[in-house]
Design a protein around this ligand. Structure first.
Ligand SMILES: C[S@@+](CC[C@H](N)C(=O)[O-])C[C@H]1O[C@@H](n2cnc3c(N)ncnc32)[C@H](O)[C@@H]1O
Length: 155
């Protein structure tokens, strides 16, 4: 199974990198994880940055039309870990499945992006910084595999 995370920028803090590497290594037992880092525009006005970064994302996602695309968005539908694991599990053929999770830009998604109606989910109504969110998303992906495989994991 192939899982991609499209996100903006790099992990530049040692503690985030170490945590991410730990979960990436755990996930590697279950899936092929690939991180695609886009260069974020942040030097212009917020509204301009938002459009430029969202347009970049829209272009990038065109290459993944054959993937299930899930955009992570604070203000969208809240889902539990079990519901999140179903998104992974519901891919009919786990070996062939291709999922892309998207971590959005710092200024959020543009109206144009929202109009494209990608599937969007939230891990709750708190806004997490994108580097920390990458770690949390990987932990939830790992946790999902433990649930799917009925394996023991600390609560
Ligand atoms: C710093 S946040 C962006 C916040 C932006 N102001 C907004 O309202 O979308 C960067 C990205 O992290 C992800 N993110 C952060 N907290 C999240 C949460 N609680 N649920 C889902 N995604 C989250 C989203 O993909 C978001 O686009």
């Amino acid at each position: 199974m192939n899982i991609k995370i499209i996100c903006f920028g790099k992990l530049d803090k040692k503690f985030f990198l170490e945590s991410f590497n730990e979960y990436a290594s755990r996930i590697s037992k279950y899936a092929n994880l690939q991180i695609i880092e886009l260069k974020e525009e942040y030097q212009k006005e917020d509204s301009v940055n938002k459009n430029i970064n969202s347009d970049l994302l829209i272009e990038k996602l065109k290459s993944y039309a054959d993937h299930e695309i899930i955009c992570m968005d604070v203000s969208s539908k809240n889902i539990s870990t079990e519901e999140f694991s179903k998104i992974i599990e519901n891919n009919k053929n786990l070996k062939q499945a291709k999922i892309v999770f998207v971590i959005g830009p710092s200024d959020g998604y543009s109206d144009k992006f929202f109009k494209l109606n990608y599937q969007k989910v939230s891990f709750g109504k708190i806004t997490l910084p994108h580097q920390l969110f990458r770690v949390i998303l990987c932990e939830q992906i790992y946790r999902s595999f433990k649930i799917i495989n009925n394996e023991k994991y600390h609560k």
